[in-house]
Design a protein around this ligand. Structure first.
Ligand SMILES: CC(C)(COP(=O)(O)OP(=O)(O)OC[C@H]1O[C@@H](n2cnc3c(N)ncnc32)[C@H](O)[C@@H]1OP(=O)(O)O)[C@@H](O)C(=O)NCCC(=O)NCCS
Length: 159
């Protein structure tokens, strides 16, 4: 099992999370991203809202002593339960960190059902959700800012 822990987000994490947000491969993979990942002002405003949010739970993912990424829970009013989301720096991919981080986060958030979404072709994210017990509930088509087109997206549920 990967050496992964979660902790509160510190101010010093934000420059690392911003660098991770800029990665073109990660953006293509996630597809349903912020409109402009390079917009630092928008990043700062978004993370201010996330860290202050009453309806958001967020943690920094630490792996091997490094800030590997973030995992968060937020509420989409169109879903009957909150939704999880996560993002790792590319140098941390493929070592079980995403799976271990989401599994640990599921111990932090007790509410069920929980939801998760990923582009239908984001196999890494799909497997992270499946390995943590989520199952596909539906497939939709939506506009993916990082790809500039409509693509298939899967909605997952953990009951
Ligand atoms: C998606 C993401 C979190 C996966 O994290 P990770 O730590 O690399 O995933 P893990 O190492 O825990 O691997 C989990 C499973 O996914 C598979 N996987 C991971 N990355 C993959 C990839 N790029 N292509 C195909 N399979 C992949 C692994 O093989 C493993 O499956 P298996 O056990 O069946 O072999 C990470 O790639 C990431 O942050 N990507 C950019 C942002 C993003 O897509 N976020 C999710 C938005 S919905």
């Amino acid at each position: 099992m990967a050496d992964v822990s979660l902790r509160e987000v510190l101010d010093g994490d934000l420059p690392i999370l911003f660098e991770q947000q800029l990665d073109p491969d990660a953006n293509r993979m996630a597809a349903f991203t912020v409109a402009d990942p390079a917009d630092h002002d928008a990043f700062v405003a978004r993370w201010k809202r996330i860290r202050a949010g009453e309806n958001v739970t967020v943690r920094t993912i630490v792996a091997g002593g490094e800030v590997a990424g973030s995992v968060l829970l937020w509420r989409d009013p169109d879903l009957p339960g909150p939704e999880v989301s996560y993002w790792l720096g590319k140098e941390h991919w493929g070592r079980g960190i995403g799976t271990a981080a989401l599994a640990a986060f599921l111990g932090v958030v007790a509410e069920r059902p929980l939801y998760g979404r990923c582009a239908a072709d984001n196999r890494g994210s799909r497997r992270v959700l499946e390995k943590c017990g989520f199952a596909v509930r539906s497939e939709e088509v939506g506009f993916a800012p990082a790809r500039g087109e409509e693509i298939a997206e899967l909605l997952f549920e953990l009951g």
